[in-house]
Design a protein around this ligand. Structure first.
Ligand SMILES: *Cc1c(COP(=O)(O)O)cnc(C)c1O
Length: 361
């Protein structure tokens, strides 16, 4: 008898982001800003001072202080991980008992369901309505019906860009008092309904943040969980001690201390997103296309169309990468710089003229 992979992992495929050398990347919700030269210089100096032979600080003290300072939080309520993805895995595995019941929503970030699957939880999926909104009363009822141990969703949502208000989120947390509620506020920098600052006031809430989106530091993998002190103690206990490497801690500390730069970038990213949305909407209305576009509250635009796969392919052929969602028949277009967005829009219109209008004649 030879070793056989267990059923659960046998059919899995490694995660494959779009690979290839595309000229314009609008597919992964990254920031289009790299770090400014003067900050890169600062980082070079920091690297010069580092003790590479030593393990990193398991409490990430300096980074936690810089992060808390940026968002106005108490450092005692923060746990740092190697991207928020690491925390998502910890929540599904270590934070829950075996065969726990997890409620996710659809459409939403697919990793919630994936880590719950790996951790052998039972996953229950609440379907959003036609406008891609969550009705909080319905979600509460759904969670109660399925005796949820954990509810997890992104707010505002990746990929739809829609969100629930802070009041609705508060209602959900209070009504589901026996259940751990995880609000992934990865994109909340672009919107105005955060529960981040009050996370510690609840018995059953964890708010997640990441450095990968508005902060523009996806390359150094930093995630943050904000919660009351007893949840935080548990999170710090279940994470591996040296999960965040020294380099990322140092660079993250430096980046979060540049508040003005971060806010300026965030504002420009959001205004580019709005402009992209307005221009796309204009094209759709001009040509009376059967497409649905949603007003964004994050750094991307969500577009439903039965031509999503075709447009996606056309964009790739022109070296522009966007994200295609097969099940939803939709595209998610991360904002780029103004020039990049313009190129995308020109191509989009070109596709409409060539392919859609022609065949309809
Ligand atoms: C991108 C994203 C993350 C991942 O964050 P990392 O810190 O890069 O792991 C988490 N949640 C949502 C909703 C995201 O879109």
């Amino acid at each position: 008898m030879s070793y056989k992979l267990c059923e659960k992992v046998r059919k899995l495929e490694p995660y494959e982001p779009i690979n290839g050398n595309y000229r314009i990347r609008l597919d992964a919700n990254e920031s289009f800003f790299n770090l400014p030269e003067e900050i890169k210089e600062e980082i070079k100096n920091i690297i010069d001072q580092m003790d590479f032979n030593r393990y990193p600080d398991p409490t990430a003290k300096k980074l936690t202080a810089a992060f808390s300072d940026y968002y106005g939080l108490n450092p005692d309520n923060i746990t740092v991980t190697n991207g928020s993805d690491e925390m998502l895995y910890l929540l599904a595995s270590a934070m829950l008992e075996k065969e726990s019941r997890v409620v996710v929503v659809n459409p939403d970030f697919s990793m919630y369901g994936f880590y719950s699957f790996l951790s052998e939880n039972a996953v229950y999926t609440y379907q959003k309505n036609d406008e891609l909104n969550i009705n909080v009363d319905d979600l509460v009822a759904f969670a109660e019906e399925n005796i949820a141990d954990m509810i997890i969703f992104s707010n505002p949502c990746n990929p739809t860009g829609r969100g629930i208000t802070a009041d609705d989120a508060r209602k959900l947390i209070k009504k589901c008092e026996n259940c751990l509620v995880v609000l992934d506020e990865a994109y909340m920098d672009f919107w105005s309904e955060p529960l981040l600052k009050e996370a510690h006031e609840y018995d059953n809430l964890i708010v997640l943040k990441t450095a990968s989106k508005a902060v523009g530091a996806a390359g150094i993998r930093l995630g943050f969980a904000v919660a009351n002190s007893s949840i935080t103690k548990a999170l710090r206990a279940i994470k591996s001690p040296y999960n965040v490497n020294s380099l990322s801690q140092e660079i993250g500390t430096c980046i979060y201390s540049h508040k003005e730069m971060l806010q300026k970038h965030r504002d420009e990213i959001f205004s580019n997103t709005r402009e992209l949305y307005i221009q796309l909407k204009k094209i759709i209305e001009n040509y009376q296309l059967p497409m649905k576009i949603y007003e964004p509250c994050a750094n991307f635009v969500f577009l439903e169309t039965d031509k999503a796969d075709k447009i996606y392919e056309f964009m790739l052929e022109n070296s522009v990468a966007v994200r295609y969602f097969k099940e939803a028949q939709a595209l998610r277009i991360t904002t780029g710089s103004q020039e990049q967005n313009k190129e995308f829009l020109v191509l989009f219109e070109k596709y409409i003229m060539k392919k859609i209008l022609k065949t309809n004649r």
